[in-house]
Design a protein around this ligand. Structure first.
Ligand code: OAD
Length: 229
């Protein structure tokens, strides 16, 4: 079993989504904040935006959808959680194995020496933050135009092509390559369940559409499908 999550799974925790009426991309331009060019042009501006998002996320707790996904990992022997989210809320809910396709907002990476580490300070004391080597640090997330971490993508692709059931939760399914994973699963015979209050490009391929907020509908679905003791 595979679960693929997007920003919608964290919406009920208070983390803004990207698209839709309240989405971040309504008020901010990705080209100015989430590309390597934007960072080269104005690292302080990009970091201010990430620092603001980190502060928002720091105030958020996992919701019942995150919790149920952590339970699924414990109950199902072959379960893979793939997320496009960078907020770390799956791990905060207790998920141990999370394939993070777009990185993690709590990790930083040095643009000079390549050092990577966690930095959970909010707000950051210095913007833009610097590495011990003096180099500029960047958030360890994937920006538009950047390749996904190849090992993570490979693992996600393998899991998608081998799964019997895939839950697609809270993603608008428009950002590639993540958006292809449900199609890969479906083509290989998986049963596809979409959890989303809205329709998406995945809806026509889904065997079931649980229409509603993930924090409500996922726990109900799980209660009906709990594996026998
Ligand atoms: P989007 O913001 O594009 O889509 C959020 C989806 O969640 C929409 O389909 C909503 O209908 C749905 N949704 C909203 N509230 C929900 C709820 N309570 N329960 C379930 N679903 C809900 O977010 P993503 O698809 O994750 O990339 O966006 C993909 C990528 O685009 C992000 O990872 C980010 C962004 O640019 C990078 O930063 C690289």
């Amino acid at each position: 079993m595979v679960a693929l999550t997007g920003a919608g799974v964290s919406a009920e925790s208070g983390v803004p989504t990207f698209r839709g009426p309240e989405g971040l991309w309504r008020s901010f331009r990705p080209s100015e904040l989430a590309t390597p060019e934007a960072f080269r042009r104005d690292p302080a501006l990009v970091w201010e935006w990430y620092d603001w998002r980190r502060q928002q996320i720091a105030a958020c707790q996992p919701n019942p959808a995150h919790q149920v996904l952590a339970e699924m990992e414990r109950a199902i022997p072959d379960f893979t959680l793939i997320t496009q989210n960078v907020d770390g809320l799956h791990q905060a809910a207790g998920s141990r194995k999370v394939l993070e396709l777009h990185g993690n907002i709590w990790r930083v990476r040095c643009t000079a020496c390549g050092w990577k580490g966690e930095d959970r300070r909010v707000p950051l004391p210095e913007i833009p933050p610097r590495c011990r080597c003096g180099g500029l640090l960047r958030p360890d997330v994937i920006w538009f135009g950047e390749a996904l971490p190849s090992k993570v993508l490979e693992a996600a692709w393998t899991a998608a092509s081998r799964c019997q059931v895939m839950l697609v939760i809270g993603t608008s399914a428009v950002v590639q390559p993540a958006a292809s994973l449900p199609i890969v699963a479906k083509r290989n015979g998986a049963y596809l369940i979409e959890v989303n209050p809205a329709e998406t490009p995945i809806t026509p391929f889904a065997d079931e559409h649980l229409r509603g907020p993930a924090g409500k509908v996922l726990p109900r679905w799980w209660a009906r499908h709990l594996p026998a003791e």
